[in-house]
Design a protein around this ligand. Structure first.
Ligand SMILES: Cc1ncc(C[n+]2csc(CCOP(=O)(O)OP(=O)(O)O)c2C)c(N)n1
Ligand code: SF4
Ligand SMILES: [Mg+2]
Length: 337
């Protein structure tokens, strides 16, 4: 069900989507339903379902190439109940701005009734954190366009069989970084800090947030906030992927939670320049919750099965640094020289 809308003026109004306070307040309607062929336990598919539910019926969803395109729209079947369009792998940002511009032109010319329509464009980590980063950056500078870029991050180019992306974690086994006898660790880069990079680098973007599907209400309310606040916005979800991360699909939620409890994946939002932590991350930041050791997360996944103590220690030290030394703990690095 849609809530009140604010009056249209100069085509820049948004739907006012109040936060859902508790599970009983959540709408029953689904806009991402059966008809997809994602793997069992795929958190990215769950994220799509939450995102569409939170946005409601007067929404257009655009999707860049990747699992959430290919596995969701195969053989003329689709789970999308709202209008949906595929866009090229690096084009989530440009598809979003183009769609908003087209809607505004149609309304201005009287070819469509004037109404605020949510435009969400999603991409994977390969499509968003790597290939389409410049298009997303451009979209986040079009301050007069209301749109949400949603990056679902399964930490690999999953659809083409799990290649390393800029979002893959240090040391992970992938088809591009298999551990060998000469080099145990093939992927030596630390994961890109995409959400914070976009928040820090786009001062006119009013809303950037991180989520996991395990925190369903938090995820939906952040989508609703992003769509209500107006202007271009960005949400980054970390999505456990049983195939790429190599674990039993029944542990998807648990792994999402562990990512936050170990401090690897902080849940936060940056609204109009103010950082607010959520869930366990809030308690880690305040000192009320002691971060779990990263080994509890790493050793549950086959992609880290080749890790020895030295690798776990390195990973732990990097996460400790993020919480103990960063300018904004868990979010923004740098230290005063
Ligand atoms: C320009 C271009 N290069 C390569 C491909 C092949 N390709 C299709 S999906 C995909 C993986 C995308 O990874 P990501 O964005 O992380 O989404 P995921 O598959 O992980 O859901 C690739 C490389 C393509 N479709 N277009
Ligand atoms: S490979 Fe991963 S992201 Fe892709 S459909 Fe399977 S579980 Fe989902
Ligand atoms: Mg991916």
């Amino acid at each position: 069900m849609q809530e009140t809308t604010i009056a249209l003026s100069d085509f820049i109004s948004t739907q006012v989507l109040e936060p859902w306070k508790g599970i009983k307040k959540v709408a029953r309607e689904e806009y991402f339903t059966s008809g997809h062929r994602t793997c069992q336990g795929c958190e990215s598919a769950l994220v799509m379902k939450l995102m569409a539910k939170a946005a409601g019926p007067r929404s257009i969803i655009l999707g860049a190439t990747g699992c959430m395109y290919v596995a969701n729209t195969t053989y003329y079947s689709t789970p999308w109940v709202v209008p949906w369009m595929h866009t090229q792998l690096g084009s989530a940002g440009s598809a979003a701005t183009g769609t908003v511009a087209a809607l505004r032109a149609m309304m201005r010319k009287g070819k469509m009734e004037e109404e605020p329509i949510n435009v969400i464009s999603f991409c994977g980590d390969g499509g968003g954190a790597d290939m389409g980063l410049s298009a997303i950056s451009a979209a986040l500078q079009h301050t007069h366009y209301n749109l949400l870029i949603f990056m679902y991050d399964n930490e690999s180019y999953a659809n083409t069989d799990i290649q390393v992306s800029g979002s893959s974690p240090y040391g992970a086994n992938s088809t591009f970084s298999p551990p060998g006898k000469v080099h145990r660790i093939m992927h030596r880069r630390w994961k890109k800090n995409t959400a914070a990079m976009l928040a820090a680098g786009h001062p006119d973007c009013k809303y950037v947030a991180t989520v996991t599907a395990g925190n369903a209400i938090d995820t939906m309310n952040k989508v609703r906030r992003a769509l209500t606040i107006g202007g271009p916005t960005f949400i980054h979800s970390l999505d456990p992927c049983p195939k790429g991360w190599d674990y039993d699909p029944k542990y998807s939620h648990e792994l999402g939670e562990l990512a936050t409890e170990t401090g690897i994946w902080p849940l936060y939002e940056v609204e109009e320049g103010k950082v607010k932590m959520y869930g366990k991350s809030k308690h880690i930041a305040s000192g009320a919750f002691k971060r779990k050791p990263v080994r509890e997360y790493l050793l549950r996944q086959g992609r880290f099965a080749h890790f020895v103590e030295e690798d776990i220690d390195y990973f732990q030290a990097k996460v400790d640094e993020m919480w103990e030394k960063w300018l904004v703990p868990g979010v923004i690095p740098f230290a005063q020289a």
